[in-house]
Design a protein around this ligand. Structure first.
Ligand code: ADP
Ligand code: MG
Length: 227
């Protein structure tokens, strides 16, 4: 385990306080991920995979422990700085159906760039490049509802790429796809990793994760196995 990893988690815990009941989703989890790795995050439903991705991606905050990405300790960032971190560093791919249904694929990919201070022409170039990378440029002017599940998920990958993130976090990205389309998404992630992006893919199905170069297995909020 690398000591000075790109992502370093030291005894991070996440306790959801739901009023009457506190749920410990992560219990003192420690690990290190080097830049350029592609990590499979395995474990049954409820193990804490989404919680961990949300903490790494700055969508939520740990209850305790230290989480550092690229030398930045996320806990010290205020909400605004955390939003900048998310926007500049992280691309998220979720299970499914996260594209805005009334917008074309192209318009969906423009959305993350709205708050970014770049000339319009540069934004269009970025969207076009992301659509090419995700092999979905030919459907750019279609609405999500006109696309197959696999195409919608490739569009979601394109949307995650427009900010040129160093880190891609994919949460069950193939959960609603058939085996062939699942494999295409995994191969796409693998190609993006080969360009140097660090990727973490969470899945409860180990067969969809053959592309990872290392695995972490979560169970009941703790890492029970690493290989
Ligand atoms: N917002 C929340 N409020 C309360 N409990 C939550 C919340 N999100 C997740 N949990 C709980 O935390 C645990 C881990 O959930 P999650 O991270 O979604 O696991 P996984 O993605 O591996 O299925 C589960 O027990 C789940 O019920
Ligand atoms: Mg989950």
């Amino acid at each position: 385990m690398a000591v000075n990893g790109y992502i370093r988690a030291q005894q991070i815990s996440k306790i959801y306080d739901t009023g009457s009941l506190a749920v410990t989703a992560l219990a003192e989890v420690s690990f290190s991920i080097a830049q350029g790795e592609i990590i499979g995050l395995i474990g049954p439903s409820g193990a804490g995979k989404s919680t961990l991705l949300n903490l790494i991606g700055g969508l939520d905050r740990a209850t305790s422990g230290t989480l550092t990405v690229g030398g930045t300790e996320l806990a010290v960032l205020d909400d605004e700085s955390l939003a900048v971190y998310r926007r500049n560093t992280v691309g998220f791919i979720f299970q499914a159906k996260t594209l805005m249904p009334a917008l074309t694929v192209y318009e969906n990919c423009m959305l993350p760039l709205i708050p970014v201070p770049l000339p319009e022409s540069e934004k269009h170039q970025r969207v076009e490049k992301a659509l090419e990378e995700a092999n979905i440029a030919h459907r750019a002017m279609h609405l999500p509802g006109e696309l197959s599940g696999g195409e919608q998920q490739r569009a979601a990958v394109a949307r995650a790429l427009v900010n040129d993130p160093q880190l891609l976090l994919a949460d069950e990205p193939t959960g609603e796809l058939d085996a062939e389309n699942a494999m295409r998404i995994m191969q796409l992630l693998q190609a993006l990793n080969e360009q140097g992006r660090t990727i973490i893919v969470a899945s409860h199905d180990p067969t969809t994760l053959q592309i990872a170069n290392r695995y972490l297995r979560l169970s009941d909020g703790t890492i029970v196995e690493e290989w």
